[in-house]
Design a binder for this molecule. Structure first.
Ligand code: MEV
Length: 424
């Protein structure tokens, strides 16, 4: 969060160093954070070697900042790490278009994750279910003994559910711990708790516990965001209708819906990666939630209101944390989290959901009008130019020429690099 506006016109025209200066001024990050980000070498090999196994190097990815986000009346600069062109520009553009309608408004269900404990070989599964529920106090107590710090800050195992499932190996009894994870993503806490209560479940059910693990289908950690996009800002009522029509196809057909939701995740995963979150957990949760009703559906909804303006909403699970994991150790992730300026994991999740909604609007608006290829090709052309050996000013020149000729190809880029180099 920033007390200064995130509305920065012409941000894209600046150099990376100039942009970083603007971000530093608005977000108030330290000189050290800015230097770390600007160096492009924020993660040392030694630290990387401790994060995963068999490390041989570091895989850098471009880090951009989306501007213009106004969420619950506050301005945010949003760091996004992604290899795909257009995404950061699209998010900034959509966020700008949301501002006249008041920006984004959010809500949430709280940061509760579910841990599953699977018991098999239970002779009387329904009787066992009742016995687990009767022992809820003991089970929750045992779970909470595992993480006194989480309990101290108001989190911990708060409730449990039990379901008897029919399966190909017979009935199984699945206990679901509901753990309020506060500002942690929670996988460690929930998995530790699930393992710790397993002996109680075995004693009470008379069965054998096999799996003890968090569920990424985080239906108790939902966030929501909504925004009104004024028809005049979007470019007229036809655009509003176009977006609604595009959404209608996603709601009717899983082949379109997968791509619709992929566009949402372009925004969600890019912010998640920049801030050191578990992007796979988010992807798994998002798509499972999209199919929660038994049909795979869009994560967003688009409608036209009485004024003819476009109303967009999103609801999805977003399990992110401010403590633990890469968020706490990756220096660039920590600096990015400071740029975002959020005070809690829930606030971060709400910003991420808003970026997902913005991303989806930008894609649907382009797709239902001129298509995405023109804008996309402009940016793609730069990558092609660089891969063909262009550097400095030559990148823009080669890219512009290829776009004008509608020949964004490696062989053409090579020719142009040679031609323009010789001219210079
Ligand atoms: C490309 O990465 C994302 C889009 O395909 C999303 C969409 O089709 O809605 C543009």
């Amino acid at each position: 969060m920033s007390s200064k506006s995130s509305e920065v016109s012409g941000f894209y025209k600046l150099s990376p160093a100039e942009r970083l200066k603007v971000v530093k001024e608005i977000s108030g990050i330290s000189d050290e954070d800015a230097a770390l980000i600007g160096s492009g070498a924020g993660l040392k090999l030694d630290a990387a070697d401790h994060m995963i196994e068999n490390v041989i190097g570091i895989m850098p990815v471009s880090l951009g900042v989306a501007v213009n986000f106004l969420i619950n009346g506050r301005d945010y600069l949003v760091p996004m790490a992604i290899e795909e062109p257009s995404v950061v520009a699209a998010a900034s553009n959509a966020a700008r278009m949301a501002r006249p309608g008041g920006g984004f408004r959010t809500s949430n269900t709280g940061p509760v994750m579910i841990g599953q404990i699977q018991a098999i070989g239970v002779v009387d599964p329904f009787g066992a279910k009742m016995r687990i529920l009767e022992a809820a106090g003991e089970i929750l107590g045992k779970a909470n003994e595992q993480d006194p710090i989480l309990v101290k800050v108001g989190g911990g195992a708060k409730a449990l559910d039990v379901k008897v499932l029919d399966s190909i190996i017979g009935p199984m009894v699945v206990t679901e711990l509901q753990v309020d994870c506060r500002d942690a993503m929670g996988a460690n806490a929930v998995n530790t708790m699930s393992e710790a209560v397993a002996p109680i479940i075995e004693r009470v059910t008379g069965g054998r516990v096999i799996l003890r693990i968090i569920s990424n289908l985080a239906t108790k950690r939902l966030v929501r965001s909504r925004a009104v996009f004024k028809k005049d800002v979007l470019g007229g009522e036809e655009i509003v209708d176009g977006v609604v029509n595009a959404y209608a196809l996603a709601a009717a057909d899983p082949y379109r819906c997968a791509t619709h939701n992929k566009g949402v995740m372009n925004g969600v995963s890019a912010v998640a990666l920049a801030t050191g979150q578990d992007t796979r957990a988010l992807e798994a949760g998002a798509h499972a939630y999209a199919a929660y009703t038994g049909r795979y559906l869009p994560l967003t909804v688009w409608e036209k209101n009485a004024e003819g303006d476009l109303v967009g909403t999103i609801e999805m699970p977003i399990a992110v944390g401010l403590i633990g994991g890469a968020t706490a150790v990756h220096p660039v992730a920590k600096a990015c989290t400071r740029i975002l300026g959020v005070k809690s994991a829930i606030e971060m999740a709400e910003v991420i959901a808003s970026v997902g909604l913005a991303q989806n609007l930008a894609a649907l608006r382009a797709l239902s009008s001129e298509g995405i290829q023109r804008g996309h090709m402009k940016l793609h052309a730069r990558n092609v130019a660089i891969s063909a050996g262009a550097s400095g000013d030559l990148v823009e020149k080669v890219a512009a020429q290829m776009v004008e000729e509608r020949r964004v190809r490696f062989d053409r880029a090579k020719e142009l690099v040679e031609e323009l180099k010789n001219k210079a």
